[in-house]
Every structure is written in structure tokens, then in C-alpha cells.
Design a protein around this ligand. Structure first.
Ligand code: DX5
Ligand code: ZN
Length: 224
């Protein structure tokens, strides 16, 4: 089943609990949380204390996207704070296999992310280790950017490789997804679709979430 994951980067941080409750009410099972350190990406967001506070106000799983240069050091802190699944960037992990196994041993699902310029082939040796792979469809750092269509080619390649190898990892996409392109994103083979501004920057985020979820699911049905 394809799922929409709201990214709280686009939420009103002064009303974070309230905004999470809105998308949870609309059916969100997983909330995407963007962590930026001002080094790996030119922006800052939040640290473990904020994740800990979010953990207390929602039953949804927390998908923590680490856009930081030292995930080995900080991933355990985010897991202790309540992260259920943690994403690290391939570009900052020289010992990716070890990092992914460390996240799993700390009790979370382990995901790896690739930037738009990073080839899918760089993940081939860890596909049997990861729980999920995230394909960035914008350059990380900011919400509200334009979708990079080449990401769909990468999602299709990953879905094909998964089938060839008989593996089960999930495929996630992040950045620039809107009501206009969510159907083609779902059809490419994504299991989890992250979307921030296209939900929270609308007058009725609850209705927009439902519409987005409907369009993604409907895209996979065979209409006769
Ligand atoms: C970008 C973040 C995304 C961001 C997506 O660096 O990783 O999760 O919130 O935002 P939209 O959906 O607005 O492109
Ligand atoms: Zn993200």
C-alpha cells in the first residue's frame, strides 16, 4: 500500500502538535521529520529534544531524515528521543554497512538516502541490509522546491533491482511532490511519498492529505 508521509518542515512550528494532530486525523501513519545541521545542508532545523516532544503528542511512527555530516554520532540520540526509523545520507557514510546495522541494533528501521546526483548503483552492496531507500527528488535543505523528474527513473531502477534480488526494502521519495505529480510518483514504484509544503501550505491540510492519499492509491488501480 502506498502511503503519504507529511513532512513537518512545512508546518507552523509554533503550532507543531496541533498540525501533527491534523494530519494524523486525516490518516497519516508516519510523520517525516527533517534534521539539518548547517553543514551537510545550508539550513538548520531541530535536535533530539524537539523529536522527544513530538514523540509525546503522536502515535504515528517518526521517520527521521538526518541531513547531518555525522550520523554515526547522533543517530542513537534521535532513536532514544523516539525515532522509529532513521535515514542517513550515502554521501556522508564511508562505512555505510556499519552505520545501517548500528541503527538497527539501536532498535530502529534503517534507511539510506541518495541525493539527486548520487547514482542508485552506489547502494547495490547494502540493499540486502537496508529496511528502506529514500530517493531525493530535490537537493536537500529546503522545502518548497521544484521536483527533479530524473528521480522517477531512479525509483524505477530500484524497484526493478528489488525484484531481481527478491528483497523487501521500501522505496521512499522526498521533495517537490504535489497533487499534480503524486500519481506518477506512485506509479513509478514508491511505497512512501513525503510531502511538506503541498500539504501544510494549503488552507485545509487535512483535506489535502486525504486527496493526496486518494490520488496515490488510485494511480495504482487498474481502471476498466
Ligand atoms: C528537503 C526535505 C524534505 C522537505 C520536502 O530537504 O528533506 O523532507 O520537507 O518539502 P516539499 O514537499 O515542500 O518539497
Ligand atoms: Zn526529508
Amino acid at each position: 500500500m502506498v502511503e503519504i508521509l507529511p513532512s513537518i518542515l512545512a508546518a507552523d512550528f509554533a503550532r507543531l502538535g496541533e498540525q501533527i494532530a491534523v494530519v494524523e486525523r486525516a490518516g497519516a501513519n508516519i510523520i517525516h521529520v527533517d534534521i539539518m545541521d548547517g553543514h551537510f545542508v545550508p539550513n538548520f532545523t531541530m535536535g533530539p529534544p524537539v523529536v522527544e516532544s513530538i514523540r509525546k503528542v503522536t502515535k504515528a511512527k517518526l521517520d527521521v531524515h538526518l541531513m547531518i555530516t555525522d550520523p554515526d554520532k547522533y543517530a542513537p540520540l534521535f532513536i532514544q528521543a523516539g525515532a522509529d526509523q532513521v535515514l542517513v545520507h550515502q554521501e556522508v557514510c564511508p562505512h555505510l554497512d556499519r552505520t545501517l546495522r548500528m541503527i538497527q541494533s539501536e532498535g530502529a528501521l534503517a534507511g539510506v538516502v541518495i541525493n539527486p546526483s548520487t547514482p542508485v548503483a552506489t547502494l547495490d552492496e547494502v540493499l540486502d541490509v537496508v529496511d528502506y531507500v529514500l530517493v531525493m527528488s530535490v537537493n536537500p535543505g529546503f522545502g518548497g522546491q521544484k521536483f527533479i523528474p530524473n528521480a522517477l527513473k531512479k525509483v524505477k531502477a530500484l524497484a526493478m533491482r528489488r525484484k531481481e534480488l527478491g528483497l523487501q526494502f521500501r522505496i521512499e521519495i522526498d521533495g517537490g511532490v504535489s497533487l499534480d505529480n503524486v500519481a506518477s510518483v506512485a506509479r513509478a514504484g514508491c511505497d512512501w511519498i513525503v510531502t511538506g509544503s503541498s500539504i501544510f501550505h494549503t488552507p485545509d491540510p487535512e483535506a489535502t492529505f486525504r486527496e493526496m492519499q486518494y490520488l496515490a492509491g488510485d494511480a495504482l488501480l487498474v481502471h476498466i
